[in-house]
Design a protein around this ligand. Structure first.
Ligand code: ZN
Length: 565
């Protein structure tokens, strides 16, 4: 077999470019032959191999090695590859862009063989980038098959293995590996943070950032281009912040990735937010609602107007809670519209609308628009200004159920927060229906937890809390167990000792007494005392109940409620 024939066989190519193209006859053909002959002579002079690239079959997979713009600028095209051995056709080995690309390929551990080709030949094969074959491939390239994920999971025992794998892969494969690693560990965010010599890669898992590995700066450079290309950012801009997005399919689930890019001292820093829009909604119980808070949540659908507000800092799971509430209202008889940024889940039967601040489609104006669509229930991502607060409150007073979130530390603080925003007490009092405050605590990993007796210092805290709860809610009859779980660490929890999260809550339902207190502008403290008399349990107490059930730890509850012993 000739080398050419071997190449065709190895590349698994069915048709070649020559048979797809009808070459013009006559002069053009003679010109072409002459040019190819001249290129062959030049290759001899330079001591390079020659390739008539237009006649050579090119597997569409090879087009993925270089980006179209790069290939056009460098006037080059890979035409054959086995593993990391690659043969490249180019018109001028002195072309600065070509030199740069060759350096990059070497860094990606490719063994490159250079072949001289004619300009017309390269131009001809560059057209492949515009062909349907390439476009179809491009859509497929971000689909991770189940078997890829399985194979990957087998290989990836510890997250630190990712480093070796990413560094020996192409930037495209490297990015896929990082995305899959994040999905495998249930990470919500991926952070790329350039430092003086290396780039730190961290995953946010169950709300906590974990360093996964450090990446070589040279490899990161290629990764940056890949990220920006994929998320449709301007490749040549690196000194101003940019936003972008891309998505990939994982086991037939579409994962949306929101990408933020900011310039830092040592290079561009990226943060990916992974949004699994088809993830199943949790039940109230699975979310952590218990005792009479569970009943309060179940009763929400009995109301036909009023604001249901979920409060807490960023990352407290507010949106997840509201989605579950929204879904309870979801029925063929009701019209539900949402205004979100971003749309985190897709809900069947709900009109979901994405705000776009840049185009002036913000929460306040968007809400006015969606109210004209005659909804029964509306959800607004967040109330952060008086305009939105006023419209939301008016909607609630005119027979709509309005769901939204607010950044406040506790349920009772939501009342002064709205008043400070500029919403008068006579609107706050009648429009609020329920306020839910929440935080997320990590669950102790079931696979590695160790039971131990409660240390003296912790016992004191726990006893005080339990006494307080039993005073407010004698019906709960809380008792302290002898032993509680302690986190350890195993392969299943990436050695963190924790796996998954559960929410801790406090809920205030409005009644005549509380509304009256708001109208009289009574202090938050007095309102708190009033709800306490009605059996109100604080978020911290709700957390400690979950410690006693062995679900989480005291450190976790203190960490997220901002109270330390
Ligand atoms: Zn574990």
């Amino acid at each position: 077999m000739t080398e050419d024939a071997k190449m065709k066989k190895a590349a698994g190519v069915s048709g070649d470019l020559k048979s797809q193209k009808t070459m013009s006859q006559g002069l053009e053909s003679i010109d072409r032959d002459y040019l190819e002959q001249a290129t062959l002579e030049k290759a001899k002079q330079l001591g390079l191999s020659y390739i008539d690239v237009a006649k050579s079959p090119i597997n569409p997979d090879l087009l993925k090695i270089l980006k179209p713009d790069t290939a056009k600028k460098a006037m080059m095209m890979p035409f054959f590859r086995i593993g990391k051995r690659i043969r490249i056709a180019l018109t001028d080995p002195e072309n600065p862009e070509a030199k740069r690309v060759l350096e990059e390929l070497k860094k990606q551990k490719y063994l490159v063989n250079i072949n001289l080709a004619s300009e017309s030949g390269i131009k001809e094969v560059l057209k492949l980038y515009d062909s349907d074959q390439y476009k179809v491939k491009k859509e497929l390239e971000t689909t991770y098959k189940e078997k890829d994920v399985e194979a990957y999971e087998k290989e990836l025992i510890h997250l630190s293995d990712l480093k070796v794998q990413v560094e020996s892969a192409t930037s495209e494969e490297g990015l896929q590996l990082i995305n899959m690693g994040a999905m495998k560990t249930g990470a919500s965010d991926i952070h790329f943070e350039p430092e003086a010599k290396t780039v730190r890669v961290r995953f946010r898992i169950d709300g906590i950032l974990h360093k996964v590995f450090e990446l070589d700066s040279g490899i990161y450079k290629n990764l940056v281009n890949q990220i920006k290309y994929l998320s449709k950012m301007k490749l040549n801009v690196n000194n101003v912040p940019q936003d972008g997005r891309f998505s990939f399919d994982l086991n037939q689930r579409k994962i949306d990735v929101r990408v933020s890019d900011i310039p830092t001292q040592f290079g561009e820093s990226f943060v990916f937010r992974l949004l699994d829009s088809e993830k199943g909604l949790l039940s109230y119980q699975d979310m952590g609602f218990q005792h009479d808070y569970l009943k309060k949540m179940q009763n929400l659908t009995n109301s036909n107007h009023g604001m249901i507000l979920c409060t807490g800092p960023t990352g407290a799971g507010k949106t997840s809670t509201l989605y579950t509430v929204l879904n309870k209202f979801n029925s063929p008889e009701s019209k539900i519209i949402t205004l979100e940024d971003p749309i985190e889940y897709n809900l069947k039967g709900v009109s979901q609308s994405q705000i776009n601040e840049k185009r002036g489609y913000n929460f306040a104006d968007g809400l006015k628009s969606i109210l004209r669509q005659d909804p029964d229930v509306v959800m607004i991502g967040e109330i952060r200004d008086i305009d939105t607060a006023q419209t939301a409150s008016q909607a609630a007073l005119t027979g709509h159920v309005v769901l939204s979130t607010l950044h406040t530390n506790s349920a009772v603080e939501t009342i002064p927060r709205l008043i400070n925003m500029g919403l008068p007490p006579f609107m706050v009092a009648p429009s609020i229906h329920t306020i839910i405050a929440q935080r997320l605590v990590r669950r102790v990993c079931e696979h590695c937890k160790v039971m131990r007796s409660i240390p003296e210092a912790e016992l004191k805290d726990i006893k005080n809390t339990v006494d307080a709860i039993n005073k407010v809610r004698p019906d709960l009859k809380i008792e302290i167990p002898d032993k509680l779980p302690q986190p350890a660490g195993c392969d299943k929890c990436s050695h963190t000792g924790y796996s998954g999260r559960i929410a801790i809550h406090e809920i205030i339902n409005m009644d005549y007494e509380i509304r009256d207190m708001i109208l009289k502008e009574e202090s938050s403290n007095n309102i708190l005392l009033a709800v306490r008399r009605k059996g109100f349990i604080t978020m911290r107490e709700d957390g400690i109940l979950k410690v006693l059930e062995g679900v989480t730890t005291l450190e976790e509850v203190f960490r997220v409620t901002g109270i330390s012993n």
